[in-house]
Design a protein around this ligand. Structure first.
Ligand code: 13P
Length: 288
């Protein structure tokens, strides 16, 4: 059984200087493409599930049924964590009850006092079930499930406060943004990243908004302590592009080209290629 929490895989990544990709899933094709790519490349992987995607897939129990079934029937042996992405307090409790092995409690929009209090409660519940916990300090820019953040830079003192509560990984805003980066984006703030890592000791850091960050910035972020990188939009973009090309070429009108197993195949292959490319860049290949 390869379903694990994210603690050990991220500790190892932090120690050895690479990052594990969190790839968000939306449906069966996404999940299968990501799991197969991880297995083929002997890479640990984290499947990210936002609250919106969880609802779309019929709920957290359905997600776990699908993932557990695939792990068994596709013979996935690399470490796989199923992680709630940007969970609310109630969402985190529901995901833990449904069998998620990891949760993010995003209390970044609360006051620091309330973020601390709620994070503490989630940690107690998670520890009892051996589930890993990610917390966020300084909201990540862009839009995530309808919540828009401004791309703050997290304060190292607040990061230390939250890290000391006993979370397993910490997402800290360093100018990163969800979705596509605007042309006038200033890039990641590496001084802030170094100061945050210094403040939180050996705690693995999480970089959200992995789509569209230049390769050299990704490498530098990993060298400064980022051990988990979240990618969502990129898989959506490559899937949509491949599907559009298929339809624009009229392939759905040829023979049985309308069969969803054919129609969704180019998008599935595009996700596989994109995930492999990220695993290479993050350095997680052969680290299972
Ligand atoms: P992107 O959609 O920008 O890749 O960000 C994903 C993410 O950070 C999920 O939490």
């Amino acid at each position: 059984m390869s379903l694990v929490n994210a603690k050990e895989m991220l500790k190892k990544a932090h120690k050895e200087g690479y990052a594990v990709g969190q790839f968000n899933i939306n449906n069966l094709e996404w999940t299968k493409a990501i799991l197969l790519t991880a297995q083929e490349n002997n890479s640990p992987v984290i499947l990210g599930v936002s609250e919106g995607a969880g609802k779309y897939m019929s709920g957290y129990k359905t997600v776990m049924g699908m993932v557990n079934g695939m792990i068994e029937e596709l013979k996935i042996t690399v470490p796989v964590a199923v992680h709630l992405d940007h969970g609310s307090y109630d969402g985190a409790i529901q995901a833990m009850n449904a069998g998620f092995s990891s949760v993010m409690f995003d209390g970044s929009h609360y006051s620091i006092e309330e973020n601390v209090q709620k994070t503490k409660e989630i940690i107690v519940k998670a520890k009892a079930k051996n589930i890993s916990v990610e917390a966020e300090v300084g909201s990540i820019g862009g839009e995530e499930d309808g919540v828009t953040g401004k791309g703050e830079i997290a304060s190292p003192e607040e990061c230390k406060l939250i890290a000391d509560l006993g979370v397993d990984m910490l997402a800290a805003g360093i100018g990163n943004i969800h979705g596509k980066y605007p042309d006038n984006w200033k890039g990641l703030d590496f001084e802030a990243l170094a100061a945050i890592q210094k403040a939180v000791g050996s705690m693995p850091l999480v970089l959200h908004g992995g789509t569209g960050i230049p390769v050299d910035m990704i490498k530098k972020a990993i060298s400064l302590g980022v051990s988990k990188i979240n990618v969502n939009t990129e898989c959506q973009l490559v899937f949509a592009e491949a599907t559009r090309k298929y339809i624009e070429a009229g392939k759905d009108l040829e023979s049985k080209g309308f069969d969803p197993r054919k129609l969704l195949k180019p998008g599935f292959d595009a996700i596989k290629a994109s995930v492999k490319e990220k695993m290479e860049l993050f350095g997680s290949i052969n680290k299972a």
